[in-house]
Structures are given as C-alpha cells and as structure tokens.
Design a protein around this ligand. Structure first.
Ligand SMILES: [Zn+2]
Ligand SMILES: [Zn+2]
Length: 355
C-alpha cells in the first residue's frame, strides 16, 4: 500500500527473501511494519489537553486524596458498569451485532458507555469496524503495525491518516437505532454528566466524600477505564498466542483478558467477530460474556451468536498444521532418497573396507 500523508511504510526485507521464503517471511512482506513519523504530525490539542489533565488529576487523587471504603465500592461498581458499556455495548452489541438486546438494556449500555468518556457509540463503532475491515494496514485507525504507542493512544493524540475508508464503512444499521442516534445527539452533555458529575454527587450527597467522589469515583475510574479498553487495541495485538490465525497481529492472552474485562482473546475475536464470546472455554476469563449470557437468562438479551464448534476446530487444526510445517522446515532431513547415488555392491564393500 502506498505511503499516505505523514506515514512512511517500511517494506522490510522482501527483496532479500530467499527464492523460497518461509510462510513467516511471506506474511511479513504482505503486512509491512508502518513507520509513523511523529515529527511531521500535528497534535490534536483537545485530546492532548483532555488526557493530560485527567491523567494528572488521577495521579493526584491516587496519592494525595484519602480513599474511603464507600467511595471505593462506588468506584468499583461504576468501573464495572462503564467497562461493560464499552465491551458488551459499544463493542459486541453495536460494532459486531453479536446478540440482540432489549430497549432497557440498550439504554443502560448507551448511558454506561457515555460514562466511559470514549466518544459516542456511532463514532466508536465506525472506527472499530474500520479496524476489523483493514486490520494492520494503513487504513486501520489504530494499526498495531504502527507501534504499541500509536495503537494504544497515539492515534488519539496526533492527526489522523487518510479518512476516506472510515467515511465508506457501513454504519446504516447504527444510524437507524434510536438509542444510538439519541446518544450521539446528546453525547456532549451526557459524557461529563455521567462520567464526572454523577460519581461526585453520589459520593458527596451519599456519604459526604466530595473529594473522593471527584478524584476517585470519577477521574481515576475514568482514566483506568480508558487505558483498560485501549489495551484491546495495543496489548491484545502484541501479547500472546495466535491460536486461530497468524496472518495478522491479534493475539490471545489471559493477562490482556483480565485487564480488558474479557476482550483479551483477540485472535479468536478477529477470526469470529460476530461470536458474542471472546473466551470459548468455561475456565477462561470473560466477564463480558458472563454478563451477556446472564442477561439472556432473564430475557434482556436474545439471539446470542456463536460460531459452530466445527469451524473453530477447523481454524485450530489449520494453525496446528502450520506450526508443524514450520517445525519441519527447521529440521535437516538430509539428502532425499531419490537423490542418493547409485553404487554397486562391490563399490559399497570397497568403501567400507577403506573406512
Ligand atoms: Zn483488534
Ligand atoms: Zn471487535
């Protein structure tokens, strides 16, 4: 793909590949690393200011404001709710349509997602659909090929790349959803109200902890939610195993799953994005899946989508075969039988005699 705007693409060493490159070398040539030249990029000052101020306030609150038990409990509940707003709502419901939700649950997830302060559903899902459509390419808004910093937060701090791909991504279904449309229209006041004012008022009016309400339940909780969900774009494309596909960067890892409320089985997710699960084993950590499943048991959710086990098994077997082929390539198998020299019995005896 041709370099765009302020990014340059390094084509790696594809000229130097041997006549018969390994599958790994072919893969690297197909998905070259993209070098982002930050010195030629412009800062998005609103985002830089927002993240700088909230991070500094969060650090101040963590070290200089006394934690109270009631506020910590409030912070934890709001943290879980806003995380689910993003993982169960923005991601699995609206971006991927992995299940159907009733209006009350959609409303709750839309409000909780606004409380995470990460943009409206419409804005977030459009970017995420582009990420899946053009994973690891220059069109991917948070391409892991541009580095850990870029995929985590850099893409929000610096001027974006080519945007035409985002304009053309399918989002008609989202625009038709009245909850999504309402949240998008009212996001400007919804986000600060739910994310900042509500926790401060709860702790302040509830048990007189105005400072803790603002610094802990609002700011610190919001900052933690930001970086936990940003890890889906960064850490989940770096750490772990490629159990279902190794053509692209998404990976499966328990650590990422714990940080991201279950979104850490990202290799599976990129292969089967419409599956409402990220973790398919009962013992794997996926609280978002548990939440969606629990909602289905009380009638708030229906139409849970799961890929057939046969398809999942097929992908795992293909990956195991690839790994085996890679191992076979590393072994020196010696001269092939059909290339061995033809020698007579006398010649054989003569050679053995001389030895
Ligand atoms: Zn991803
Ligand atoms: Zn996704």
């Amino acid at each position: 793909m041709a370099p765009r705007n302020n990014a340059e693409i390094e084509h790696g060493s594809d000229e130097n590949l041997a006549a018969h490159p390994s599958p790994l070398a072919e893969k690297q040539a197909a998905n070259p690393r993209i070098i982002v030249n930050y010195s030629k990029m412009q800062l998005q000052w609103i985002n830089v200011g927002f993240f700088s101020v909230t991070t500094l306030l969060a650090i101040y609150g963590a070290f200089f404001v006394t934690f109270r038990r009631e506020t910590l409990l409030c912070m934890s509940i709001l943290y879980a709710a806003t995380m689910l707003g993003i993982t169960a709502g923005y991601h699995r419901l609206w971006s991927h349509r992995a299940y159907e939700a009733t209006a009350p649950l959609r409303s709750f997830l839309a409000l909780a997602g606004a409380g995470a302060f990460q943009g409206s559903i419409l804005w977030w899902c459009r970017h995420h659909r582009v990420h899946h459509r053009w994973t690891d390419t220059d069109r991917d808004p948070y391409s892991a090929q541009k580095g850990l910093f870029w995929s985590h937060i850099g893409w929000l701090l610096f001027t974006k790349q080519e945007t035409s791909s985002r304009v053309h991504i399918y989002s008609h279904d989202l625009e038709q959803d009245p909850v999504v449309a309402w949240q998008h229209r009212n996001y400007v006041w919804l986000a600060p109200t739910i994310s900042l004012a509500l926790p401060t008022l709860l702790a302040g009016l509830g048990w007189g902890d105005w400072q803790g309400g603002f610094f802990h339940a609002a700011i610190l909780r919001m900052t933690l939610t930001h970086h936990a969900t940003f890890c889906v774009n960064s850490l989940a494309h770096y750490l772990g195993e490629a159990n279902y596909d190794d053509e692209r960067t998404p990976r499966d890892h328990i650590v990422t799953a714990v940080i991201t409320f279950g979104e850490g089985y990202h290799n599976f997710h990129h292969e089967f994005p419409r599956d409402y699960r990220n973790a398919i084993r009962w013992w794997q950590f996926d609280p978002t899946k548990w939440f969606i499943w629990s909602c289905s048991r009380v009638g708030l959710v229906h139409g849970l989508r799961r890929f057939p086990e046969n398809e999942l098994h097929k992908a795992r077997v293909l990956m195991a075969t690839k790994r085996l082929e890679e191992e076979k390539r590393r072994i020196n198998w010696g001269q092939p039988v059909h290339e061995l020299p033809h020698i007579t019995w006398d010649e054989c005896r003569r050679r053995n005699h001389y030895r």
